[in-house]
Design a protein around this ligand. Structure first.
Ligand code: HGY
Ligand code: MN
Ligand code: MN
Length: 412
């Protein structure tokens, strides 16, 4: 029988999931291990159980919902993404890959398919860096890109550790026990909105991702000297914010300096201490995000930023400490999985184009332990990480249809 996507039901589930938010609609805020995240997880696990999937959670809160195949001992084929959302984000980032992945499995069940390999939906804990400053800690732990020491090492801004957060959220167990070996999955495919404008501009309904950009996150702490905004004369100042401002502009200059569109640099967090209008800033903490599809070019940008930190520190008499949170290699997607997606699109006469992902995803780490590729659908105006993020129902349906087709082929 043909695979038919129940689009209306899927859109209703996406809207229901968006309701689990710590920000007023249409914004979505859902930070890992918050009460809202816990309730959203319960909702999604309920949908998986209703589909007859066997659900398990690991020590970091990664959730796995498995549809047993005819030969359950074989490595499964997996799909999935994340349901956590940065503050004031949209409702499609990550969730299209989770609920869309679930709908792909349900569509195959309704079509009477009986795949040889099990098909497993994976919901990774915390693809977003909001809580601990690093993205993808769930999939990093699965792939061995983080080891169990992360339980103590990863801390939020108040110093609370990953171990404290995950235990309070009910995820006990040993982080070392959750690692998945190479070969655990026969293939992994992630459906995701593009989070950029290229597919919509080209009028193409699908993107098959061939590589994922290399993200790096730095925490830069600038220590100057505070004082009274009225009495402390300009010539006597060591203003931490003005020094940090120079460093922020150096980040922009270094990213533009490669002359290549693939290089991007962002200062997304700036905490000013003590944060009073009549007090000269004594300490500023910047969080810096630098990416490129070419790892060496990205590292060249980081070197120029570090040089700018040293120059600014010397000239302004402040101290600048740059702490690398992560500096990951880019990922190549697996050609066989890429071709399975291309064939699945062709079966349904849906045009696609091969492209790179400038956003990072859990696939960046799954690619270290399984043959991995991603399937993109357009989002309006390429907008993401904003409340007006939008993916049209027919775009979502096309993505789920091709995902289901590819999963069926990969699972035999
Ligand atoms: O930042 C990213 O690329 C992802 O959306 N967390
Ligand atoms: Mn995101
Ligand atoms: Mn995402």
């Amino acid at each position: 029988m043909n695979i038919i996507v129940d689009t209306a039901r899927l859109v209703e589930e996406l809207d229901r999931l968006a309701g689990y938010s710590d920000a007023p609609a249409p914004a979505v805020t859902r930070v890992v291990f918050s009460e809202t995240d816990r309730r959203a997880r319960e909702y999604v696990k309920g949908l998986c159980a209703a589909a007859g999937l066997a659900v398990r959670e690991d020590a970091a809160g990664n959730t796995f919902a498995r549809w047993a195949g005819r030969e359950p001992s074989l490595p499964a084929v997996a799909t999935g993404s994340h349901i956590d959302a940065i503050p004031h984000a949209g409702r499609y980032d990550g969730t299209v890959g989770v609920l869309g992945g679930l709908e792909a499995i349900r569509a195959l069940q309704r079509a009477g398919r009986e795949p040889r390999r099990s098909i497993e939906l994976a919901i990774f804990s915390a693809e977003e860096p909001t809580r601990f400053g690093i993205g993808c800690f769930g999939s990093r732990l699965l792939a061995g890109a983080l080891d169990a020491s992360a339980g103590e090492r990863l801390r939020d801004k108040e110093g609370r550790t990953l171990d404290q957060w995950r235990t309070a959220a009910g995820f006990a167990g040993d982080l070392a026990s959750m690692r998945l070996p190479v070969g655990h999955y026969a293939a992994f495919v992630e459906l995701h909105i593009e989070q950029g404008p290229l597919l919509e501009r080209a009028g193409i309904p699908l993107g098959v991702v061939t590589a994922i950009a290399a993200p790096a996150t730095w925490r830069i702490t600038v220590e100057g000297e505070g004082g009274h905004a009225g009495a402390l004369l300009m010539r006597d100042r060591r203003d931490a914010f003005c020094a940090a401002a120079e460093i922020a502009l150096a980040v922009e200059r270094a990213a533009l300096g490669t002359g290549v569109a693939d290089t991007v640099g962002t200062v997304g967090v700036c905490d000013v201490f003590p944060g009073a209008v009549n007090s000269v800033p004594s300490r500023v903490r910047l969080e810096v995000d630098v990416r490129d599809i070419d790892g060496a070019r990205r590292d060249g940008v980081l070197a120029r930023i570090r040089q700018a930190c040293d120059e600014t520190a010397a000239r302004r008499g402040v101290t600048v400490k740059a702490e690398v949170i992560n500096a990951d290699a880019p990922a190549e997607c697996d050609p066989l999985v890429v071709e399975a997606l291309a064939r699945a699109a062709a079966v349904h006469q849906l045009p696609f184009e091969k492209m790179v992902s400038r956003a990072y995803h859990d696939s960046l780490f799954l690619a270290r332990i399984a043959p991995t590729a991603m399937l993109f659908i357009p989002c309006r105006g390429g907008v993401s990480h904003r409340p007006d993020e939008f993916a049209a129902p027919e775009a979502i349906a096309s993505g789920v249809l091709v995902l289901a087709e590819a999963l069926a082929e990969l699972a035999g």
